[in-house]
Design a protein around this ligand. Structure first.
Ligand SMILES: *[C@@H]1O[C@H](CO)[C@@H](O)[C@H](O)[C@H]1NC(C)=O
Ligand SMILES: *[C@@H]1O[C@H](CO)[C@@H](O)[C@H](O)[C@H]1NC(C)=O
Ligand SMILES: *[C@@H]1O[C@H](CO)[C@@H](O)[C@H](O)[C@H]1NC(C)=O
Length: 485
């Protein structure tokens, strides 16, 4: 049966003979941050009786599935909840720049004064006190400022995303939703109305040592506890409650951070590329946790009416530890030589110039430093638009230049991490990706798909209109293969 399904998929992909048109009562989404598609394969080989292996027996599995580009957590989540890429959502990174924004009131003491153009950060720095797990949530005075409806507005993350989200649409349909992630700044998933979540649960991860796997497993356990509470129709203390749960939410989800920390701190074994014991420990924790959610859904008698989606918001690069090398990010501005307004660096460089007319000169200067800066590609001008990144001359959030370093290169001075994400490589972007439900006949899709395609898919799976997502309409997006009705 299994082999037959696989052979069938290989022969006739992309479309199935009959697409899955079941309407589910619940959709649960897990982002196992950092989890590559290749990790799923390796893990299942090692743990054939795991929850993930079991879920895959009745799943559509996508083996060539890509996150947004850039692949930072923040645009990764934006793509997953809106069905759209950064050119449409306006969300490029958790720490980037916008030519139409002003710095927060808490740093300037003024409201939208002076010429626009400011760093725009949506992470723990927005909290009242990020040293506390319960940080007090977002202090509006820490928010970047922009003009909304002609008014200077301290701009919440949900006001930053330019298009609506699945959480917003499900909530507006009268159903309930819940979501948990790393910082209160994941308010973004609520969508422009700000109303997309019945319940949000945002313990601040920066209150922990984010290089310490034991601590981060403890942190992730809070997310697990919230999922179990939601399945019980309740929410935990310290939740942000807009609409108290009356039962199991129709749509709920969140992320795990343990695998990402396992990758950044311990990684893969050189040569074999096997998991280090610590990374395997993180994977086992995640698998066991998903198992608890599955058991709870079964106990409540709703498992057969639930679609479980695992689609990670980012991968991690490099997988092969021998490719790792660091370049001090402080070397970039002097190499660019023309005035730079801001650079986002990780295993990518997003360059915002003071004057766009300097772009060609900046690119020439960078070309002269390709070896020193371990540059693989420099994207600017028409190529930005052509490759789907948008146009910096008309969109204030699009960088003038994207630097793609060679695989394994991280622009950092950090001594603790051996891998990072955010970049454009396959190690950054090719992630775990499957949709499991008891009515699904296992099928493996080997052609290219994108995590953003899950947004319209989730709406369709809940009997809602996938085209009610503005970002999907804007980009001509589609429901992921297997679900096309
Ligand atoms: C800036 O805006 C805030 C919020 O609207 C207001 O409380 C504050 O008085 C304003 N400050 C200045 C200097 O305009
Ligand atoms: C990680 O944190 C735990 C709990 O706080 C502590 O016991 C342990 O020593 C830490 N491990 C490392 C490697 O720092
Ligand atoms: C869920 O409810 C059951 C039955 O009332 C209870 O035993 C269990 O502890 C609850 N679990 C959570 C996580 O709230």
């Amino acid at each position: 049966m299994l082999l037959k399904a696989l052979a069938f998929a290989a022969a006739v992909a992309p479309a199935l003979a009959t697409d899955n048109d079941k309407v589910y009562k619940h959709v649960v989404t897990f982002s196992v941050d950092g989890l590559h598609g290749s990790d799923v394969e390796k893990y299942v080989a090692k743990r054939p009786d795991s929850t993930i292996a079991t879920l895959l027996k009745t799943a559509y599995e996508y083996t060539d599935c890509y996150t947004s580009a850039p692949s930072d957590s923040y645009p990764g989540v934006a793509a997953f909840v809106s069905g759209a890429d950064p050119r449409t959502t306006g969300i490029w990174y958790d720490d980037t720049y916008d030519r139409s924004f002003w710095s927060p009131y808490s740093t300037t003491g003024t409201n939208c004064s002076g010429p626009p153009g400011a760093e725009v950060t949506y992470d723990e720095t927005k909290d009242y006190d990020s040293t506390k797990v319960w940080s007090g949530g977002i202090d509006p005075a820490n928010l970047p400022q922009s003009i909304i409806g002609r008014k200077c507005t301290w701009t919440y993350p949900h006001q930053r995303i330019r298009v609506n989200t699945i959480y917003e649409i499900v909530e507006a349909s009268g159903k309930q939703t819940a979501y948990t992630d790393k910082h209160p700044a994941y308010d973004m998933v609520r969508g422009p109305s700000g109303k997309g979540l019945s319940v949000g649960y945002f313990p601040e991860i920066q209150a922990f040592d984010t290089t310490n796997l034991t601590q981060i497993i403890g942190y992730d356990q809070m997310h697990v506890n919230s999922w179990l509470a939601w399945i019980n129709g309740t929410s935990l203390v310290n939740s942000e409650v807009q609409d108290p749960l009356t039962g199991i939410p129709t749509l709920f989800g969140g992320n795990f951070q343990a695998v990402s920390v396992g990758q950044k701190t311990y990684g893969y074994v050189a040569g074999s590329l096997d998991f280090t014991p610590e990374l395997l420990r993180a994977l086992d924790f995640v698998d066991n946790s998903i198992g608890q959610v599955v058991s709870a859904l079964k106990t409540k008698g709703v498992f057969d009416d639930t679609l479980i989606i695992v689609a990670s918001k980012h991968g991690q690069a490099p997988i092969d530890p021998t490719l790792y090398n660091k370049v001090d990010q402080a070397l970039l501005p002097p190499a660019i030589k023309v005035p730079v307004a801001f650079i986002t660096t990780d295993d990518i460089g997003l360059v915002f110039l003071v004057d766009a007319r300097d772009t060609d000169a900046a690119v020439d200067n960078l070309n002269g430093q390709r070896d020193a800066l371990k540059i693989d590609d420099i994207i600017s001008g028409d190529r930005l638009t052509y490759l789907g990144y948008g146009d910096p001359s008309t969109d204030p959030a699009v960088p003038n230049i994207i630097i793609k370093p060679k695989l394994g290169t991280i622009y950092t001075t950090s001594t603790s991490k051996i891998a990072e994400h955010g970049g454009l490589s396959d190690d950054d972007r090719k992630v775990a990706c499957f949709a499991s439900a008891t009515n699904i006949e296992r099928t493996v899709f080997n052609h290219q798909v994108f995590t953003k395609e899950f947004a319209p898919t989730i709406l369709q799976a809940l009997g809602l209109d996938p085209m009610s997502l503005q970002g999907v309409v804007a980009e001509g997006g589609k429901v992921i293969d297997g679900f096309r009705g």
